[in-house]
Every structure is written in structure tokens, then in C-alpha cells.
Design a protein around this ligand. Structure first.
Ligand code: SAM
Length: 271
């Protein structure tokens, strides 16, 4: 983790500033812990990844998906390649979303970065800036870090929940999310958090499978059983975007055989 990143971080519970503790030698912020004086909680930094969650404390779909990705992360790259094939390939499918970002050499946050499937395309841009990624799965982040280290891409990674981001308000020039929100435990909270950490005037981009595809995933994974009311809302979460947001739009994406397999929701935080 870059030393300068410390200035962006706060406690995900109470948003209090964090202090770096018990660093082991001159590791440049890759090992040690961050301490919240308000909650009296410590967050461990290991191999450059700051850990803001305890798997046991996660609830509902969040715990289920964290476990799922911890188990299957090593196959993510191949699964992505195969699942994007019908949509004209992974490059086409990902850039259909990523070209909407306003990078401007600023700070970019990917919420649910996974194993880093978007990094290739972000770092191809001369305007990539500083990239930060958060995910709920430790295995995904380990694989993402490995990819970043192998390719020489400087990415700061955080193990956390989209519903409680460990960043100070107005920190990022661009915030985006691809592929997880349909099944987040608290979608509204996650959207509010993306808005909170985005700089005023910046664009927020959120993409996932279409309602039809998500309903099939619910059936396939028998997700409705894991929710209290036995019903998973797979609708495009545009109704959860606060009315104060500007330039709200939803587009169908990943079109094959005349049908859209995904949606892209974008809007701007008022300046
Ligand atoms: C399909 S993968 C997409 C990964 C990456 N965005 C991509 O485009 O390749 C979905 C990711 O969402 C993460 N995820 C699921 N629920 C989450 C939550 N509540 N907060 C943060 N990440 C979450 C999973 O761990 C997984 O890595």
C-alpha cells in the first residue's frame, strides 16, 4: 500500500481517521495494522492488503458470495473469458463499460475489483491515474495482487464490504463497479457509499447482469433460500439512486441475438 493512501482511509464503522501501528521494519505500509481510536478496532495489513472485515461477521448473500469467491477465485479468469465469449469476447464486453469512465489521471476506485479482470484495460489508458480496489473475497484480492505484481501495476487493495467503504468522503475522481451488485446484501447502502466516497462532480458507473440473467442465476444458485423473505430483487437498481444525482441513465449492454445480457447505470454526483 502506498504511504499516501493512508490519508484516504477511515474506519468503515464510524469513519474516524486511522493511525498506522506496529509496522514491522521499513515495509512501506505493506505490513502492520491500522487502529481506530473511536471503535478501538485494529485492521491488519498483510501483503499490502488492508483487512477491514471478518468473514464470520458477514451476513446473508455477502457471506455466501465471499465464501463462493474464496473457493472459486482461481478459476475466475477462465470463467470470465468463457462467459464473455458470446458477447464478442472479454475485451469488447469490458470496454463497453470502461470507456464510460472519466479517468483524467485521477484516483479511480473499483468496488468489487475481484481478481483484477479490468486492470488490463484500465492500464492501457494513458489517463489511468491511481487505481484502488476493494473486494469482499480475500482469495480474489490475493489473485489481483499477484496479477498487479507480475505486470508491474501499482494497485492498492482493501478487503471490505461495498456497504461500508473504508474511505473518507469525496476521495475518488472516478468510482465504478462491475458484476456483483445484483446480489449484494444491501444494494442501497452500497450505492450510497459509492456516492459518498466520489468527488463532487464525478461520474459513478455501475454494471451487472440484466434482470433476466440475474433471475437465472438466482434459480441456478438457489439464492432465494438464503434470504429472509425468500425473494431476491434482481431489478436494475436505478430506483436506489438518490434523486439529487445528475445525468442518471441506464443502458442495455452485452447484446447478443437481439437481447441485452447486462445493464450499465451511470450518474454524476452533484458538484
Ligand atoms: C463477478 S465478480 C466481478 C469482479 C470484477 N469487478 C470484474 O469485473 O472482473 C464479483 C465480485 O464482487 C465481489 N463482491 C460480492 N459481494 C460484495 C460486497 N458486498 N462488497 C464488495 N465486493 C463484493 C465478489 O467477491 C467478486 O469478486
Amino acid at each position: 500500500m502506498k504511504r499516501s493512501t493512508l490519508e484516504l482511509l477511515c474506519c468503515p464503522g464510524c469513519q474516524t481517521e486511522l493511525t498506522l501501528r506496529d509496522e514491522s521494519g521499513n515495509t512501506g505500509g505493506d505490513e502492520g495494522s491500522l487502529f481506530c481510536a473511536h471503535c478501538e478496532r485494529s485492521y491488519i495489513i498483510k501483503n499490502g492488503i488492508v483487512n477491514f472485515i471478518d468473514l464470520q461477521e458477514l451476513e446473508g448473500p455477502n457471506q455466501r458470495f465471499a465464501r463462493f469467491y474464496n473457493r472459486w477465485s482461481r478459476f475466475e479468469t477462465i470463467i470470465d473469458r468463457l462467459s464473455f465469449l458470446p458477447m464478442g469476447g472479454e475485451r469488447k464486453a469490458r470496454t463497453e463499460i470502461l470507456r464510460r469512465l472519466e479517468l483524467n489521471n485521477g484516483r479511480v476506485l473499483e468496488v468489487s475489483i475481484g481478481s483484477g479482470g479490468n486492470l488490463t484495460y484500465l492500464f492501457e489508458s494513458p489517463e489511468a491515474g491511481d487505481i484502488y480496489g476493494l473486494d469482499i473475497s480475500a482469495a480474489q484480492l490475493t489473485n489481483c495482487r499477484r496479477l498487479g505484481t507480475t505486470r508491474g501495476w501499482p494497485v492498492d487493495l482493501f478487503l471490505g464490504r461495498a456497504e461500508g467503504l473504508p474511505f473518507k468522503s469525496d476521495s475518488f475522481d472516478s468510482v465504478f463497479h462491475i458484476g456483483g451488485i445484483n446480489f449484494f446484501s444491501e444494494k442501497k447502502k452500497a450505492i450510497d457509499e459509492m456516492i459518498r466516497v466520489a468527488r463532487p462532480g464525478s461520474k459513478i458507473v455501475i454494471a451487472d447482469e440484466s434482470e433476466r440473467v440475474a433471475r437465472n442465476v438466482v434459480r441456478l444458485l438457489r439464492l432465494s433460500r438464503s434470504t429472509r423473505d425468500n425473494k431476491v430483487d434482481t431489478s436494475v437498481p436505478v430506483h436506489l439512486v438518490p434523486e439529487t444525482m445528475k445525468e442518471v441513465r441506464v443502458d442495455g449492454i452485452w447484446k447478443t441475438h437481439g437481447q441485452y445480457h447486462g445493464y450499465c447505470l451511470e450518474f454524476r454526483k452533484p458538484g
